[in-house]
Design a protein around this ligand. Structure first.
Ligand SMILES: Cc1cc2nc3c(=O)[nH]c(=O)nc-3n(C[C@H](O)[C@H](O)[C@H](O)COP(=O)(O)OP(=O)(O)OC[C@H]3O[C@@H](n4cnc5c(N)ncnc54)[C@H](O)[C@@H]3O)c2cc1C
Ligand code: SF4
Length: 507
């Protein structure tokens, strides 16, 4: 056993883990953050599509086994770095809507003050008042005036001409704070680390602030499992990725923030059989039933290669609420990858053609809410990695209603692209993506009112264990119809506040 005993151990440094690290360390709690990835390099590789997508510089040390639509199992390697997916995210920082909380054990107003805090800490720029389904907000954005580049302006004008109400997407990107590097609006943002640290990922925001307090970050530390003794987590077992040596750490409180794919894996590898909610761990995986709709234009759509994730359209958000008890989702502007990346990922036969036309394409992303289904799940694969740790397997299949909502959004996106000037459009679903994408994974360790339906209580504490919390995308019982990061961050700030206020209760 390692001699150090901490007040708090946090496993994973994405939005959920970093927000908890900031919130808890700043109160003076002695905090250890365990992360299996290493720090990202801010060099020329950061913006090189070949290094990031083809050579996969940040590829995880072990695969995840994915069985999608019952099509057989594939080995998939996700990225692994300090900051988690915040390093690669597209910067969109939207709040869920009031109606998205109907199936949650907390209301929108319980989270609202923490949304404001999350926007402040992530320095989100936005222009309130244009989004027709924008929820109530008690505070203004960090900065108000957002730029809009030419490709976005075209989408914005066409949507308006069609009678929709486009709005500027709120972004956790530094366009205005002169004390830091300003965004140069490049075309390698979504999916890439920011070479100049202008994207407000958690290493430049929450973790940077947290490091001013008693926070120790240990990189290359793979958490194997946690050990429970009669309702208390006694220790966390870690393997050092460099040496293969095993260590154990202990703390008063353990926060699991390894993301919606790996957090259930760690729980399943731990000795938690006696808890009645064990059957729900890893279940109800959601990922958004998204699609990219590509329009082909008779001109170069982004000749200056500028950033253009600027436009959001939520007009259809509530169109299915009475039919499927969910939102439909929304449409967003999204960039077109470089020809080289397109060529690499396209099916044989159309590689060269697709790469040639890449410059004439403009895309819209349809983010469709997906149903929480018990059989969509993370489980243990039975296959061990090079350190003898059992890896995870994902089984996932979208429902008929998921496809119905997506089809509806794709139809609207095609209308917008046509009005923008496209001569032909086609769509590409997230489940057709190679390798399979789980960028918006949520739901696998859901919170709720009782252990008969959920793993965590409303404060994301594991039912029956007094000092274990799960703070990442796993907690969500429904996926909403907008990107998840701001909600993950706000919820982590909310629960961390609860932990600080009631710290003695959890000993
Ligand atoms: C390309 C891309 C673009 C995106 N764009 C947006 C966007 O614009 N807006 C938005 O809201 N969302 C976006 N998302 C989604 C968003 O990034 C994720 O929802 C969010 O980052 C998830 O945060 P998290 O804290 O739940 O987990 P993660 O970010 O997955 O963090 C988990 C961390 O735990 C670590 N970890 C895992 N297992 C272990 C272990 N055993 N031991 C130690 N450490 C471990 C991981 O390495 C990782 O650092 C995007 C995602 C991607 C991939
Ligand atoms: S668009 Fe801005 S924030 Fe994004 S990678 Fe480029 S410089 Fe960084």
């Amino acid at each position: 056993m390692n001699q150090d005993r901490y007040d708090v151990i946090i496993i994973g440094s994405g939005f959920g883990g970093a927000a908890a690290a900031y919130s808890l360390a700043k109160t003076g709690l002695n905090t250890l953050l365990l992360e299996k990835g290493n720090w990202v390099k801010r060099d020329e590789t950061a913006w090189n599509p070949k290094d990031i997508f083809i050579n996969k510089h940040y590829k995880s040390y072990a695969p995840v086994y994915v069985n999608q639509n019952n099509n057989g199992t594939q080995e998939v390697y996700f990225n692994e770095v300090v900051g988690g997916n915040s390093i690669f995210f597209g910067g969109v920082a939207l709040r869920f809507r009031e109606t998205d909380f109907e199936r949650w054990p907390i209301s929108y107003m319980d989270l609202e003050p923490y949304y404001s805090e999350a926007e402040r800490l992530l320095e989100v720029s936005g222009e309130p008042g244009l989004d027709p389904f924008e929820p109530y907000r008690s505070s203004d954005y960090f900065y108000n005036d957002l730029p809009m580049s030419e490709p976005s302006r075209r989408i914005f004008s066409a949507s308006r001409a069609l009678g929709f109400k486009p709005f500027k997407l709120p972004l956790a990107i530094n366009f205005r704070n002169n004390s830091k590097t300003l965004c140069i609006k490049c075309n390698t943002c979504d999916g890439f680390p920011c070479k100049i640290k202008a994207k407000n990922d958690v290493t430049t925001t929450l973790l940077k602030r947290a490091q001013e307090y008693k926070l120790k970050i240990t990189t290359g530390s793979i958490v194997k499992n946690i050990s429970d003794d009669n309702g208390t987590i006694e220790s966390v077992t870690v393997v050092d990725k460099q040496t293969g040596k095993e260590y154990r750490y202990s703390s008063k409180i353990v926060i699991l923030s390894a993301g919606a794919l790996q957090s259930p894996g760690i729980l399943l590898r731990s000795n938690l059989d006696k808890y009645p909610q064990r059957e729900f761990i890893g279940k109800y995986l959601m990922r958004h039933c998204s699609a990219v709709v590509s329009g082909i234009f008779p001109f170069k759509t982004n000749p200056d290669k500028v950033f253009h994730k600027h436009v959001g359209i939520t007009n259809f958000y509530e169109d299915f609420r009475n039919v499927t008890n969910t939102s439909v989702g929304m449409i967003q502007d999204v960039y077109m990858p470089e020809g080289e990346t397109v060529k690499y990922y396209c099916p044989k036969g159309i590689k060269t053609l697709a790469a040639f036309f890449a410059g004439n394409i403009q895309n819209l992303m349809c983010i469709g809410e997906d149903d929480p289904v018990k059989s969509n799940a993370v489980s243990l694969s039975g296959i061990r990695d090079s350190f003898g740790i059992e890896t995870i397997k994902i089984d996932h299949d979208f429902t008929k209603n998921d496809y119905k909502r997506r089809k509806y959004l794709i139809g609207k996106a095609k209308i917008i692209l046509r009005k923008t000037g496209s001569i032909f459009s086609f769509s590409h679903g997230i489940d057709e993506h190679i390798p399979p994408a789980f960028a918006h994974a949520t739901g696998t360790v859901r919170f709720g009112k009782s252990p008969e339906t959920s793993v965590l209580d409303k404060n994301c504490k594991f039912f029956g264990i007094k000092n274990l919390f799960v703070l990442d995308g796993s907690f969500m019982p429904s996926s909403g119809g907008v990107n998840p990061s701001l909600t993950i961050t706000a919820n982590s700030l909310r629960v961390s506040d609860h932990i600080v206020k009631n710290f003695d209760e959890f000993q």
